[in-house]
Design a protein around this ligand. Structure first.
Ligand code: PLP
Length: 430
């Protein structure tokens, strides 16, 4: 590919290539998704990305306020992550899985050091849903009970085990029967959680802040109360930090807001530094012994990407060095204030603005407004999306190191996009 699409080939080449790629998505990938993207304002070919900017094949630039649903906490192509991955690429990209891997050893040690409490061991995988699958097996092995309490509107991935915990019927119903003994309780209510415990229940699986549920922040003290319920009833607390982990909410981990330590933790998304795909589930020595004590091959996967391990190590280093959790807290507080002013100016369209750190949700009065605003923002060179489990909510989830002026540009565009969406809706209803 040429480095500069505009200079290297005439615009009509890219138009033809874009049309051809969309046609191939329609024919070979996912027709519905292709149509949704095309008509939602994302009908271009992605071309390159750097920092908080994405460029399409026509040379248009977009401020990335979606951040790959939480993947790009370090932005795109962070130089330290790229350097680590390039160094590894020339030596040994994938582990042959016969000798020890130093990057994986170092990464596991560093994760044990920065995570709360007694979390010590890590199993590495490739995605968030895989991390949740492993965590569920770990919980079953360690508790000896199959049941899991999860939250309404919670999201943990779409493979069958993770889907069993998912709190949105539309994703689950067609695949029932899923895993049995999964019970969903209202998020943020520790009494409801305690009341739902039966002898089959062995674990509680929660996001510290619900991301896909529409950026739902539980009342202060909720996670502490959940920890107490777990201790009282001998349940394992699984924290799904796939989206909230590694600085996103303004602390290194979402559970840090209440200062509690889970027994099991799931990580992914930002763990790969925005360059590689990496997930992990972690456990305490007590849980690990139950899963792997008798048979070290009780849970495995063939592919171990050393590139991903190097990316992960670099990501943890950058996150701490650049104080990204603190930065997310500061910038997030400022962004929330700005969005609150916008909400006050558009009270019929925007119901609520909420967030922690740079995990921000703008709840619209209607999902059509959310869709129109997201499309209007794309036209203005800003990328956002709605929450999977709550399409009324437009999420703003930029890289944690986004320059303030870029975020300001994006938030100004939100205001313009809202005005345009309101005018369009008025035109339709007149
Ligand atoms: N857990 C949480 C909290 C998530 O937000 C997600 C994805 O959005 C997942 C798990 C699934 O991760 P992945 O999409 O990498 O499979």
């Amino acid at each position: 590919m040429p480095s500069d699409p505009e200079a290297a080939s005439p615009a009509e080449d890219w138009e033809a290539r874009t049309d051809a790629a969309i046609a191939r998505y329609q024919k070979y990938v996912n027709p519905g998704l292709a149509n949704l993207m095309k008509f939602g304002g994302f009908g271009a070919l992605e071309y390159s990305a750097e920092g908080s900017l994405i460029r399409d094949a026509f040379g248009n630039e977009y401020v990335d306020c979606l951040g790959g649903y939480g993947v790009f906490s370090l932005g795109h192509r962070h130089p330290k992550v790229i350097a680590a991955v390039k160094d590894q690429l020339d030596r040994l990209p994938l582990s042959p899985r016969v000798f020890f891997s130093e990057p994986f050893a170092l990464l596991a040690e560093e994760l044990a050091r920065i995570t709360p409490g007694d979390l010590q061991y890590s199993f590495f995988c490739h995605s968030g849903t895989e991390a949740v699958e492993g965590a569920l097996k770990l919980a079953r092995a360690a508790s000896g009970r199959p049941g899991v309490l999860a939250a309404q509107a919670g999201f943990h991935g779409k493979t069958l085990g993770a889907l069993s915990a998912c709190g949105r019927d539309v994703f689950r119903e067609r695949f029932e029967p899923l895993l049995s003994y999964f019970v969903r309780v209202p998020f943020g209510d520790a009494d409801a959680l305690a009341a739902a415990i039966t002898p089959d229940i062995g674990a509680v699986l929660l996001e510290p802040i619900q991301g896909e549920g529409g950026v739902i922040i539980p009342p202060p003290g909720y996670l502490t109360a959940v920890r107490e319920v777990c201790d009282r009833h001998d349940l394992l607390f699984i924290a799904d930090e796939v989206q909230t982990g590694l600085g996103r909410t303004g602390k290194m981990f979402g559970v840090d807001w209440d200062g509690v330590a889970p027994d099991i933790m799931c990580l992914a998304k930002a763990l790969g530094g925005g360059v590689e795909s990496l997930g992990a589930f972690m456990g305490t020595p007590a849980t690990w012994e139950k899963l792997f004590g008798e048979n070290p091959a009780m849970h495995t996967t063939s592919v171990a990407s050393v590139l991903a391990a190097r990316a992960g190590l670099a990501a943890l280093e950058v996150t701490q060095e650049e104080r990204l959790p603190e930065r997310a807290a500061e910038l997030g507080a400022w962004a929330l204030e700005r969005l609150e002013t916008i909400r006050a100016a558009h009270p019929m369209s925007v119901k609520e603005v909420r967030g922690k750190g740079l995990l921000i949700g703008v709840e619209m009065a209607h999902r059509d407004i959310a869709l129109l605003v997201i499309g209007a923002l794309a036209m203005r060179g800003v990328v956002v999306a709605y929450a999977f489990n709550n399409p009324h909510v437009m999420r703003i989830e930029p890289p944690l190191n986004i320059p303030r002026d870029l975020l300001e540009r994006a938030l100004n565009a939100v205001e313009d996009a809202l005005t345009e969406a309101e005018a369009m809706l008025e035109g339709i209803t007149e």
